[in-house]
Design a protein around this ligand. Structure first.
Ligand code: ZN
Length: 379
């Protein structure tokens, strides 16, 4: 073998070693569930597949096996969530291994140079960090589909090892390459499935981040697939995007249900509401307990999204995978979703049945007696 050929061969082998595919049988030939037929699949083109690239910062050369194990655990956990499990055919999930010289600390000896501390990932706005993430995305050959230069089909997830060899508290940020040609939403550190809800699903925090924090003025307009939120600043049922989940309606006829009511908090405390007491997008921070007697209560449901977050992610995943058509107009897309696809989703995912089961659980937990929700339409 000639020297150049040998070098190419070595390079290719090294490249393959760096990538750790997980669940390849699910996504190699990508598909989404056919909402019209139980268990049937609809093939989607490769350029509509979503890439999840799991990166490791602060892992030493001897810790590749640990990283690989954590990538597999991340994927196993990912598959426990509705709707990611049902849409597993649309997500190509791979780890991308790079050894670090040191842990992720403010000395910046790790490969992505995250200045992590014992509690958090630190300032993630360093250009070197963004460029290292983009270099990894390039090497892994992720789907570069973009909307206004923001990658729409690639989500980097960064697992971190700080000085304590722990994944510190996480966050999600939009990183822009130093040539300003592309940006991408990145999920950092601990609870990356919650962070993935931000980075992939465009969902917001449902906890109270700041005591007394207030909602900004409302913006009107028609509902838009790209901007609809899991938190609301309206109490008007006619304006409420999740009004179809409200108790007493066709989907959720139980009048005593507390699903869809206005549970306080969504980043700020005042003038923000979300649709269920617990959700993976909730957390701790300044949350009230159910009786509104003390703060700092964890309202994260580690095992599920609320029904409204779930619906937003189903709609967005169908859009990304091309099932809602070619329109790029978010209002047109949302209309298509509500007119045509939402009823199919509700049937296929047995939303009514699962609402009934959740109502029973909530009744046992006496959630109706909680003091941290309001009724839509009341001042
Ligand atoms: Zn939610």
């Amino acid at each position: 073998m000639s020297t150049p050929a040998l070098l190419i061969c070595l390079f290719l082998t090294a490249g393959q070693d760096e990538l750790i595919p997980v669940g390849q049988e699910n996504w190699e030939k990508p598909w989404v569930p056919d909402l019209r037929k139980p268990d049937a699949k609809i093939d989607i083109p490769l350029n509509k597949r979503i890439d999840v690239l799991i990166l490791g910062d602060g892992y030493l050369a001897s810790e590749r096996a640990d990283f690989e194990k954590e990538v597999r655990e991340w994927y196993d956990r990912f598959l426990t969530y509705t709707p990611w499990s049902q849409f597993r055919g649309a997500f190509r999930v791979r780890g991308y291994w790079t050894a670090s010289e040191g842990r992720a600390t403010p000395e910046r000896k790790s490969v992505y140079q995250l200045p992590a501390t014992t509690t958090g990932v630190g300032d993630v706005s360093q250009p070197k960090l963004a460029d290292a993430v983009f270099a990894a995305l390039d090497k892994a050959g992720v789907n570069r589909a973009a909307a206004r230069s923001r990658l729409s089909h690639a989500v980097p997830v960064l697992l971190v090892r700080n000085e304590q060899v722990r994944n510190p508290s996480g966050l999600t940020r939009l990183l822009t390459s130093s040539d300003a040609k592309a940006s991408v939403s990145v999920a950092f550190a601990a609870y990356t499935h919650h962070e993935f809800g931000h980075a992939y699903g465009g969902l917001r925090d449902e906890y109270i981040n700041l005591t007394g924090g207030k909602a900004p003025p409302r913006s009107g307009g028609k509902p838009n697939l790209f901007t609809l939120s899991n938190v609301t600043s309206t109490k008007d049922p006619a304006q409420l995007a999740w009004s179809h989940l409200l108790p007493g309606g066709a989907l959720n006829p139980a009048k005593e249900s507390v699903i869809g009511l206005l549970w306080i908090g969504g980043g700020g405390e005042e003038g923000f509401w979300h649709s269920e007491v617990r959700c993976l997008m909730n957390g701790t921070h300044d949350n009230w307990d159910l009786q509104k007697s003390k703060r700092g209560i964890n309202l994260r449901d580690m095992n599920r999204f609320c029904f409204w977050c779930e619906e937003l992610m189903v709609a967005r995943t169908l859009q990304k995978t091309g099932r809602l058509g070619d329109s790029e107009d978010g209002e047109t897309l949302w209309k298509k979703w509500t007119d045509e696809f939402r009823p199919l989703y509700q049937k296929s995912f047995d939303v009514a049945g699962r609402l009934r089961a959740k109502n029973e659980e909530n009744a046992k937990a006496k959630l109706a007696e909680a003091k941290i929700y309001e009724q839509p339409g009341k001042n």
